[in-house]
Design a protein around this ligand. Structure first.
Ligand SMILES: C[S@@+](CC[C@H](N)C(=O)[O-])C[C@H]1O[C@@H](n2cnc3c(N)ncnc32)[C@H](O)[C@@H]1O
Length: 172
């Protein structure tokens, strides 16, 4: 019998996966991370961004200057906090209201965080009360946990995108 490299045979039982071996997808992920320009920048440039996606937002905001001093910005799906960091680094006088299911890994002046599920009407109402003023920019990087089923995952992310789009008017 041909046993794949990533299996080991325990004493008397069937086959179990060796803890130290890596699946093809995790090796691919690690290799992509090693060569990824954004990941390398994050380590080297001292910005302290907690996510690589912060650089994408910086690139976008260079092309479309939507961050201006005094602007009220809502950051949906904000954790770990890279986009909020990028907004406030570009524009320290903006006010950012961040929302996520998970906690942020950063805290900054002018950054207010609320934990919750944006699909929940009560959470949206509480967010709106917390903000208490007109909003200038709504960002959303909300992404559902991936299940491995690409059709289901894509649909879940599109649903979140649509929820953000439809609810912008109700945030404030
Ligand atoms: C790609 S990450 C966001 C990264 C973030 N923009 C940054 O730069 O650090 C997607 C986030 O969406 C959040 N999320 C997914 N569904 C959500 C929901 N229904 N309500 C609030 N946040 C949600 C996840 O918890 C996750 O932290």
């Amino acid at each position: 019998m041909n046993i794949p490299k990533w299996f080991v045979k325990p004493l008397n039982h069937g086959l179990v996966r060796h803890a130290s071996s890596r699946s093809g997808s995790s090796s691919k992920y690690l290799s992509r991370q090693r060569h990824d320009q954004f990941v390398r920048d994050r380590k080297a440039d001292g910005t302290g961004y907690v996510s690589r996606s912060a650089y994408k937002l910086v690139q976008l905001s260079t092309k479309y200057p939507f961050f201006q001093p005094g602007r009220v910005v809502v950051d949906l799906g904000a954790a770990p906090g890279g986009w909020s960091q990028a907004v406030l680094q570009q524009c320290p006088k903006a006010r950012v209201y961040a929302l996520d299911l998970l906690p942020l890994q950063t805290s900054l002046p002018n950054l207010t965080f609320m934990r919750g599920d944006f699909r929940d009407t009560q959470v949206r109402t509480s967010l709106s009360s917390l903000i208490g003023q007109d909003v200038d920019v709504v960002l959303s990087d909300m992404m559902a946990n991936t299940s491995g089923n690409s059709i289901r995952d894509t649909q879940a992310s599109l649903d979140l995108c649509m929820a953000a789009f439809v609810s912008v008017a109700t945030i404030r």
